[in-house]
Write a protein that binds this ligand. Structure first.
Ligand code: F6P
Length: 323
């Protein structure tokens, strides 16, 4: 293993820079040349990349985003696109590739490694936490912290006005951010794609939580089956004419900001492990964390299987509603 290429792809997430730094430093430690590819698979197709050195990754552990840039690349889903991309790796004498991203990133990596003889390791980087084979994805913890900070602020104004707030968070078609932030922010209800939303039941819950209280917070996952926060508000409004209802969509602030200690730590450990796996001639794997341990999972499984949301948190939320 003389040269390892790395890229970030799909939605950026806080901690990607910490992973890049760790990969580059581990490469330098073992006299391997780290080669950064810009803007994910798009950069690989366009031939945009360069050898990375210490100065490229100095002082980046604390920043959100990704110094390599990222993209959601449609061209990579075509055989022609992948052929161009592989040609770039070949011309640059790349011996192994580390991709940091989510489901789409791993799907691309899986096809590339099947079509060409290139060892690949994937690191889970997404705020959604929806990747099979790991307890945490890089960026999830920071996004959660951003959400709970925002909910704390919204609660101040909600309490001042006696309001019911529907707060929409990201997560694509998974409810990890919504459910975990509901627990961590002391929200009253949560609506997630993993559970069918029952509007009449929600109305009853709101009536019951709000009795004698100055504010009620309902976390809404963007992928909920009854729609976005504004849709839910519109559906319950006719049943709650005397209530002051508002909604707030937290949006892309959830993707930015300085990574938390947990994200920096797992990103650094995963980056280091990815290089060591390639040095041991391992390929077609994703890296994950289970408890305190680093683990691996075949990329094919990481794509095929679904990461299960622990629905015991819903029971906990119910207990926490006790007045
Ligand atoms: O996958 C990360 C994520 O932030 C999702 O939670 C969200 O649905 C999506 O990306 C938003 O994508 P974009 O930044 O392309 O609008």
């Amino acid at each position: 293993m003389k040269k390892i290429a790395l890229l970030t792809s799909g939605g950026d997430s806080p901690g990607m820079n910490a992973a890049i730094r760790s990969i580059v430093k581990t490469c330098l430690h073992y006299n391997i040349v780290p080669f950064g590819i810009y803007d994910g698979y798009q950069g690989m197709i366009d031939g945009r990349g360069k050898q990375l050195g210490y100065t490229d990754i100095d002082n980046i552990i604390q920043y959100g985003g990704t110094i390599l840039g990222t993209a959601r690349c449609k061209d990579f889903m075509t055989p022609e696109g992948r052929q161009k991309a592989y040609q770039f790796l070949n011309e640059n004498k790349v011996d192994g590739l580390i991709v940091i991203g989510g489901d789409g990133t791993f799907t691309g990596a899986n096809i590339l490694s099947k079509e060409n003889n290139i060892p690949i390791i994937g690191l889970p980087g997404t705020i959604d936490n929806d990747i099979y084979g790991t307890d945490y994805t890089i960026g999830f913890d920071t996004a959660l912290n951003t959400v709970i900070e925002a909910v704390d602020k919204i609660r101040d104004t909600a309490s001042s006005h006696h309001r019911i707030f529907f707060i929409e968070v990201m997560g694509r078609d998974a409810g990890f951010i919504a459910l975990h932030s509901a627990i961590a922010s002391g929200a009253d209800s949560v609506l997630i794609p993993e559970e069918i939303t029952d509007i009449p039941q929600l109305v009853e819950e709101i009536k019951s939580h709000s009795k004698g209280r100055r504010s009620t917070i309902i976390m809404v996952a963007e992928g909920d089956d009854e729609g976005h926060a504004i849709d839910i508000l519109t559906k319950v409004k006719p049943y709650l004419p005397e209530y002051d209802l508002r909604h707030s969509v937290l949006g892309h602030i959830q993707r930015g900001g300085n990574p938390s200690a947990l994200d920096r730590k797992i990103a650094t450990r995963m980056g280091n492990y990815a290089v060591e796996l390639l040095m041991e001639n391992k390929t077609g794997l994703t890296v994950g964390v289970r408890g305190e341990d680093l683990v691996t999972c075949p990329i094919a499984d990481a794509i095929k299987e679904h990461s299960e949301l622990d629905l015991n948190y819903l029971k906990l939320l119910e207990v926490l509603r006790t007045k």
